[in-house]
Design a protein around this ligand. Structure first.
Ligand SMILES: Cc1cc2nc3c(=O)[nH]c(=O)nc-3n(C[C@H](O)[C@H](O)[C@H](O)COP(=O)(O)OP(=O)(O)OC[C@H]3O[C@@H](n4cnc5c(N)ncnc54)[C@H](O)[C@@H]3O)c2cc1C
Length: 287
């Protein structure tokens, strides 16, 4: 039998939303766009639950440029990301991830908070957030805390969030540099990624990589960084073929793809290197 939604609560503000979650004792779940949660609620064996509807909470919306950081509210939809010239210019890997995700209808409802809290290893906006060094701002009735986005998901559909905690926003430094995202799916639209990659690189005056953050999706139980690829790129030009090759090898070693209905382990492992190389070519301005 599929699960039952037996109450839908619409808090007037953030404080009330946090109180409703705390009172729910783990039985109530936050819902934002509903594009994951309402699908999962129909799964056989899904427990009955109450929902705390976040959609109307203005405190969770908005894209703000601070002097040193950009803050993106958890309720920000992928469509709103795509409408932001600021994010297109300064957070291209996040923008590209939202551009590639779902369909217009899904992107109109899909929020960044929901994408991250759903903890899919293929969550397209999460790679960009990790590559940008984003932290999640998290709140409950007990107070606020911050967590690097790469530590938010612990396993498929499992997070480090307590049942009464909400993601308020994501925040990342305005570090400059170049970034990009690419993914492979069965089709260009409405297909979950088989493999995805995001990179953010800061270059010195000679065009050498000072620092890089590389994230992969759908090739581990959660979105993961590749410390080996990041180290292989450091100090080298983006056009250096041996650095590109070393980064691709290291990235394969840092990921652990599986066989499933969407793809095979061997194909995914091969494409980890291919996607990273394609992004390095793009960042170098060669494509
Ligand atoms: C047809 C279809 C195609 C899709 N294609 C893609 C795709 O290409 N790429 C991709 O990445 N995803 C895809 N998705 C998945 C989904 O659309 C995204 O994960 C989306 O971003 C989820 O956001 P939401 O607001 O709808 O989350 P919801 O369904 O409302 O919630 C998802 C989870 O997050 C929790 N949650 C929501 N907001 C918060 C918050 N502020 N704090 C704490 N927890 C919170 C909920 O409790 C729930 O566990 C697709 C889904 C469908 C149905």
């Amino acid at each position: 039998m599929s699960g039952v939604i037996d109450e839908v609560l619409r808090p007037a503000d953030l404080a009330q939303a946090l109180a409703l979650l705390a009172e729910g004792g783990g039985r109530r779940r936050p819902i934002a766009g509903g594009t994951d949660l309402l699908v999962q609620a129909k799964e056989p064996g899904a427990p009955p639950r109450g929902l705390v509807d976040l959609w109307g909470l203005d405190e969770l919306r908005g894209i703000t440029a601070e002097p040193d950081r950009i803050v993106v509210g958890a309720n920000t939809t992928m469509t709103e990301v795509l409408a932001s010239e600021l994010l297109r210019a300064e957070a291209r890997c996040l923008w590209d991830g939202c551009y590639e995700a779902g369909s217009v209808q899904i992107r109109n409802r899909a929020t960044l908070g929901g994408n991250a809290a759903n903890a899919s290893p293929a969550a397209d906006s999460v790679l960009g957030l990790i590559a940008l060094g984003a932290e999640a701002r998290i709140a409950s009735v007990r107070g606020e805390r911050r967590l690097p986005v790469e530590e938010l998901a612990t396993a498929p559909r499992r997070t480090a969030l307590a049942p009464d905690e909400l993601i308020l926003a994501f925040s990342f430094p305005r570090a400059g540099g170049r970034s990009a995202f690419a993914r492979l799916g069965q089709r260009r639209a409405q297909a979950i990624s088989k493999v995805s990659c995001a990179i953010h690189a800061q270059l010195d005056d000679q065009g050498c990589v000072q620092a890089a953050r590389v994230a992969f999706g759908a090739v581990a139980p959660r979105v993961v960084r590749s410390p080996g690829a990041e180290a292989a790129l450091r100090g080298h030009s983006l056009t250096d073929p041996s650095a590109r090759a070393a980064a691709a090898v290291a990235a394969r070693a840092d990921t652990a793809p599986i066989d499933d209905l969407r793809s095979t382990r061997a194909y995914r492992s091969e494409m980890v290197g291919v996607l990273l190389t394609r992004l390095l070519v793009r960042l170098a301005g060669e494509a």
